[in-house]
Design a protein around this ligand. Structure first.
Ligand code: PHE
Length: 350
């Protein structure tokens, strides 16, 4: 009897192992468990057989039945754990986020070359103690012309050049109008040191002139200001913006609101002054107009020309940007062509 049951145990174990091999889901395990350990299960029936045994056989038989029951429980338990683990691994695998995948490229904007120059100019002049002043783009005849020693009938008022909005208002043709506003607002407060970057408008349209362009004006008024102060200031500006080897030279010129007036040239940045096609072999490039503030302008805006002197200068921002970044056509500055703007994208930002 004992021998027989030992053999039977081995068979049951084998059969169970085979059955378990077929089980793929924890739910299917229930059926296998029932087949062996359920009320009518193979192992449960073995216990019922006990009744028919002789008392002396019962102990060893019972031990064998317990053994196979424990074995079955162990195998079922192992299988259940294994299935659960497999299921978890499968789930983890399916739900994995691959953080090594390259992300979507975010496009960064870039600073427009116009604003790059303005920021650079503002930083430079603020570091020298200047104020940054804003003025109206829609201007009156008085501030754009009369207060700048440009009376009615003066040729620079040419209506071919100016955009008049109605008979009283025009779009400012130069940021020099802000000189008049600043002086007027500053009377009795003494010295002035300001720059004024902004938009200006003229009826122009070709590769080097646009109907809208940027200018920035500089104005310094104090006691004892001379042309040497102007030259020193412009030399610092030219070197900072265009390179430390740049020089400046003054040529006599005429503006109604400055006396004397000068045209200011800088060393050609393309040939470093040696002479090339850009500078027409002169070694110099015209940069801006400047001069000592005309006594009439000082007086008309509330400053006593016997006490105060001053200098002013004005230059095209686009012109500066074109020089600094070798931009061939001023219209590129206003048409927002993506290929052009892309040139100014910071290369260190991916
Ligand atoms: N406003 C002048 C221009 O537009 C430039 C300038 C400004 C000249 C200040 C002298 C002093 O050409």
């Amino acid at each position: 009897m004992e021998k027989e049951q030992e053999k039977r145990n081995i068979e049951i174990e084998k059969e169970l192992i085979n059955d378990l091999k077929e089980v793929k889901k924890p739910n299917d395990l229930v059926q296998v468990k029932a087949k062996y350990l359920g009320k009518e299960g193979i192992i449960s029936l073995l216990t019922k057989n006990m009744r028919d045994l002789k008392p002396e056989e019962r102990a060893s038989y019972g031990k064998l039945v317990t053994e196979i029951r424990n074995k079955a429980l162990e195998l079922l338990d192992d299988k259940e754990k294994k299935l659960k683990e497999e299921l978890l691994n499968k789930k983890l695998k399916e739900e994995t986020i691959d953080i090594t995948l390259p992300s979507k490229k975010i496009r960064h904007g870039s600073i427009h070359p116009f604003n790059m120059i303005v920021e650079e100019i503002e930083d430079l002049f603020v570091s020298m103690g200047y104020d940054i002043i804003d003025g109206p783009e829609l201007e009156t005849d008085e501030y754009c012309f009369q207060r700048l020693n440009i009376p009615y009938g003066h040729p620079v008022r040419d209506t071919q050049d100016s955009f008049y909005v109605d008979k009283d208002y025009l779009l400012r043709t130069q940021t020099s109008s802000v000189q008049a506003h600043t002086m007027e607002q500053n009377i009795d407060k003494g010295p002035i040191r300001m720059i004024c970057p902004g938009k200006t408008y003229r009826r122009d349209d070709d590769a080097t002139h646009s109907h809208q362009f940027g200018q920035f004006e500089g104005l310094v008024i104090d006691k004892g200001i001379t042309l040497a102060d102007l030259k020193g200031t412009l030399l610092v500006m030219a070197r900072k913006l265009l390179g430390e080897k740049t020089n400046v030279r003054f040529r006599p010129s005429f503006f109604p609101f400055t006396e004397p007036s000068v045209e200011v040239d800088v060393t050609c940045f393309k040939c470093n002054g040696k002479g090339c096609s850009l500078c027409k072999n002169t070694g110099w490039i015209e940069l801006l107009g400047a001069g000592m503030v005309h006594p009439n302008v000082l007086r008309d805006n509330g400053y006593d020309p016997n006490k105060y002197t001053g200098f002013a200068f004005g230059t095209g921002i686009d012109r500066l940007a074109m020089m600094k970044y070798s931009i061939p056509d001023i219209r590129l500055m206003y048409t927002n062509d993506y290929r052009f703007l892309n040139e100014f994208m910071r290369k260190d930002v991916k």
